[in-house]
Structure formats: structure tokens, C-alpha cells
Design a protein around this ligand. Structure first.
Ligand SMILES: NC(=O)c1ccc[n+]([C@@H]2O[C@H](COP(=O)([O-])OP(=O)(O)OC[C@H]3O[C@@H](n4cnc5c(N)ncnc54)[C@H](OP(=O)(O)O)[C@@H]3O)[C@@H](O)[C@H]2O)c1
Length: 289
């Protein structure tokens, strides 16, 4: 059975490819063709006849789509319409679809503590969150017709850079780079949520499919919830970076898109992933091998 990974050159997609290295796997990305050419996408799916599809494609520029209508349109197409097209194909072919969503579907209820469980009511605060929720709903509509689906909500990804020339460095790598020529870095000590190491998420996603788990929504992140500042403090400690870190409030660093004050995800349906501290330590050691 062929597993098809869409967005295989992205940060998560590249790790999914590694997780499936010993299997029959095919990966597609923008270098192959534009997935928004839905007719071409359908033709290619009909020709390949995959046994399951993992969709790691997304529009992720949270701030850009808040300010620019063209970008927002692209976000709706990639995050809502594409999952709908994939869900239609998977329903018709009777194969499972695993799709990723985000903690940013939450936050609009003003919650300050108590992690969100899979059945909590989403209430996004920004356009990115709205488009990702709409993608979930496109899939859920086909679920009523019998689609075997997995919606995996995750948050704050970090890990090796994807193969795509546009791949975006993670928060930790960005800060590492900045620390090279700055004596002090100001970091937001707010927006409590969970960090997720992409190799861990890729393995956990594969297990979900391998075990033919019950269809539905899953929350998969590394364990523990922190602010950006707390996570960076830990990282700079293990990386022995001497740059001074100063905690600032979210208001002191205004950005176009509103972020949830609190968006930690509780995983109540699957084995817990290891702590973010363990995963981050592993990432640092692997990076320096
Ligand atoms: N990153 C996070 O912190 C985070 C947090 C929560 C949830 N998630 C979710 O996790 C999933 C994976 O995220 P990620 O950070 O790994 O994404 P990513 O690195 O941006 O990867 C997305 C991939 O999709 C490709 N792609 C985009 N538009 C395409 C198009 N029209 N045709 C063909 N390929 C196209 C991209 O190609 P190009 O590189 O050429 O654009 C890229 O390789 C997404 O569903 C995301 O919403 C991410």
C-alpha cells in the first residue's frame, strides 16, 4: 500500500518522509506541481491510487494573511479548499486521510488555564485559525458520509529544516541565529502553549495510521506548556548561549494577528509524547552531531 505525503518538502513533511523510509511512500510538493490546480491534483491521485494520504501542506504565514487580502485568499484555498478536495477523493477511494490542524483554532474564549481537549469548542482569534478550522469542517462534513479521517491538532513545531527552499526556520533556530550578534534578546513571556518536535509528531502520526485508530480529532504535541520566553531560557541553557534574555509582554511586541493568551492542547486519546524539554535536548544534540 502506497502512503502519499503532500507537502513532503516542508518542515513536518520532511520528517514524515523519514518516518516512512522503510515503507512504500511517495511525496509530492510545490516543486512537483501546484496543488491548487485541483483538476491536475485529482488526475494525479486517480493515477497513483494511494492507500492513504497524509496532508502536511498549509498556509502558515499567520501575520501576512491578516494584512493582505491576496494572502488571505491563498490561506483559504490551501487551508480550507485543499482539505475538501482531498477528503472527497479519500471518501470516494475509501482510504484514510490524515490532516494537520492547529492550537490556533482555540483562544477566542479567553481561557487562561486548563488545556483544551479534543472535544472543546473551537473559537479562533485570527484568519489563519479561521481557515484551519474551516479545513477541519470540510473534512468533518465528509465524515458524515463515511470518510475515515484523522485531524491532528498540533502546535509550535520545531525540528530540522525542511527541504523546501522556502522552509521557515523554527523559533529556536531563529533565536540561535539572532543570538550570534546580539547581546540581549527581548522575548514574549506569554502565549502559553505546547512545543512539538517534528520527528516525534511524524512517528506519532504514523502510529495512529498503523494502528488503524478510531477516526476523529487528536491532539499531538510534546508534553508540557510554556511561554516563548520560558522555552527559550531552557534552550539557551542547554546550548550554553550567553545572550541575555529579557521577558516582555505580548503587548510590547504588537503583531498584525491576535494570538491566544493560552492554547495548550491536552492529548486525551493517545499515548503521551515525551516532554518538550527532552525533545528539545535531543534536537540540540542531533543538530550538533
Ligand atoms: N509550524 C507550526 O508551528 C505549526 C503549528 C501548528 C500547526 N501546524 C500545522 O502543521 C502542518 C505542517 O506545517 P509545517 O510548518 O511543516 O508547514 P511548512 O513547512 O510550511 O510546509 C508546507 C509545505 O507545503 C508546500 N506547499 C504550500 N503551498 C503549496 C502548493 N500550492 N502546492 C504544492 N505545495 C505547496 C510548501 O511548499 P513551499 O515551501 O514551496 O511553500 C511546503 O513544503 C500544517 O498543517 C500546519 O498548519 C504548524
Amino acid at each position: 500500500m502506497t502512503t502519499l505525503i503532500l507537502g513532503v518538502a516542508g518542515n513536518l513533511g520532511s520528517q514524515l518522509k523519514i518516518a516512512y523510509a522503510d515503507s512504500d511512500v511517495i511525496g509530492w510538493d510545490r516543486v512537483d506541481f501546484d496543488f491548487l490546480d485541483f483538476d491536475l491534483l485529482k488526475q494525479k491521485l486517480l493515477k497513483l491510487k494511494p492507500g492513504q494520504i497524509i496532508n502536511a501542506v498549509a498556509y502558515n504565514a499567520v501575520d501576512k494573511c491578516e494584512e493582505d487580502e491576496k494572502e488571505a485568499n491563498l490561506a483559504w484555498k490551501l487551508n480550507r479548499d485543499l482539505p475538501g478536495v482531498l477528503a472527497d477523493y479519500c471518501l470516494q477511494a475509501q482510504i484514510p486521510l490524515l490532516h494537520y490542524s492547529t492550537d490556533y483554532v482555540f483562544g477566542g474564549d479567553g481561557r487562561l488555564a486548563g488545556a483544551y481537549v479534543e472535544t472543546d469548542q473551537p473559537q479562533p482569534l485570527n484568519i489563519y485559525g479561521q481557515t484551519k478550522l474551516a479545513g477541519e469542517q470540510e473534512i468533518a462534513r465528509r465524515a458524515l458520509l463515511g470518510l475515515k479521517y484523522y485531524i491532528v491538532r498540533t502546535s509550535k513545531l520545531f525540528g530540522p529544516l525542511g527541504k523546501s527552499e522556502h522552509a521557515k526556520a523554527s523559533f529556536f533556530d531563529l533565536m540561535l541565529k539572532l543570538s550570534a550578534d546580539k547581546e540581549e534578546l527581548k522575548v514574549v513571556d506569554a502565549e502559553i502553549s505546547c512545543f512539538t518536535y517534528t520527528p516525534d509528531l511524524a512517528q506519532a502520526s504514523k502510529l495512529l495510521l498503523d494502528e488503524k485508530a478510531v477516526r476523529g480529532i487528536y491532539h499531538l504535541t510534546n508534553s508540557g506548556a510554556v511561554t516563548w520566553y520560558q522555552a527559550l531560557q531552557y534552550f539557551f541553557d542547554i546550548a550554553q548561549i550567553k545572550t541575555q534574555l529579557s521577558a516582555i509582554s505580548a503587548d510590547a511586541w504588537p503583531r498584525p494577528a491576535k494570538r491566544p493568551v493560552y492554547s495548550a492542547l491536552a492529548n486525551t486519546r493517545r499515548p503521551q509524547l515525551r516532554s518538550w524539554q527532552e525533545a528539545l535536548t535531543d534536537y540540540w544534540h542531533n543538530k550538533n552531531k
